[in-house]
Ligand binder design. Structure first.
Ligand code: HXC
Length: 256
């Protein structure tokens, strides 16, 4: 078994590109608080590093990310969720000042899908599957899913996904606007790096101005994110969610 004191996020930097790798594959890169704290610390450092122009976010193992760490959340009280402003995902990715390319494969679920939604370009392997299964835990997204997914795919498909947990293939996600490009699984990392290197040839000032401008394409986002966060935190007071998390941890079927 892997030592959990090892970094949960790997970083390598060259030619203006920083590659961040979720490295908790034995838990399908579930977003524990320790992992997201590391993600945020690395993002803050990369934002300030003038040698970095573009970031690639990728993941080790069979799946990109199975979402928020349910075992971690199952021990959290409502008080902790609100006091720590818990969103189970990254605080820094959505407002990161430089372009970020998500290179995703396998399951891209819940908080993992929210990570992809926060990125600027989503490169998907042909085996990628996108879903928001929070509803099957009697919960809702808490890291921007209700805000960024409708903006990416439109309200009607977004609500279909959010209310049912419906999965989209890479091709369906591309057609819907959630994915920029599809590549074969074995080409994912090299293609993501090549795309990042192409973009990183441009001046940093231009890239950050472009990004800051695009971030303003969605006025009202911050207000929506704050509403969603408190709505998500409210789930921690509700028995059906608490019961569903216990059922997951005990590998039982959740009650509806
Ligand atoms: C904690 C998780 C996990 C998760 C999987 N694991 N998903 N641990 N949190 N989200 C663990 C399993 O318990 C198991 O641990 C190991 O990873 C492998 O998972 P399996 O289920 O055995 O793998 P598989 O049969 O291949 O199924 C893959 C899967 C399934 C379809 C992705 O694991 C799954 O449905 N996971 C839950 C997905 C989900 O509901 N995500 C939404 C979370 S809520 P052991 O110890 O047995 O090996 C969310 C809300 C975000 O994201 C809100 C704010 C951010």
């Amino acid at each position: 078994m892997r030592n959990e004191t090892q970094p949960r996020v790997g970083i390598s930097t060259q030619s203006g590109v920083a590659v961040m790798t979720l490295a908790r594959p034995q838990n399908l890169n579930a977003l524990s608080r320790a992992l997201t704290d590391e993600l945020d610390a690395n993002l803050l450092r990369l934002a300030a590093d003038e040698t970095v122009r573009v970031v690639v976010l990728q993941a080790d193992g069979k799946h990109f990310c199975a979402g928020a760490d349910i075992a971690d959340m199952s021990t959290m009280t409502y008080d902790e969720a609100t006091r720590t402003d818990f969103i189970g995902c990254s605080r820094e990715l959505g407002r990161f000042p430089k372009p970020v390319i998500a290179a995703v494969h396998g399951m891209v679920l819940g908080g993992g899908c929210e990570l992809a939604e926060m990125c600027d370009i989503v490169l998907a392997a042909d085996d990628a599957v996108f879903a928001h299964p929070e509803v099957t835990l009697n919960a809702m997204p808490g890291a921007g899913g209700t805000q960024r997914l409708p903006r990416a795919v439109g309200r009607h498909l977004a609500m279909d996904m959010l209310l049912t947990g419906r999965r989209l293939s890479a091709e369906e996600a591309r057609q819907a606007g959630l994915v920029s490009r599809i590549v074969s699984r074995d080409q994912l990392r090299s293609q993501a790096l090549a795309l990042a290197e192409e973009i990183a040839q441009r001046p940093l000032g231009l890239l950050t101005r472009m990004k800051q401008s695009v971030l303003r394409a969605h006025p009202g986002l911050d207000e929506g994110l704050a509403f969603e966060a408190s709505s998500f935190q409210a789930c921690f007071q509700e028995e059906p969610f608490l019961q569903a998390m216990q059922a997951f941890v005990k590998k039982q079927e959740a009650r509806r």
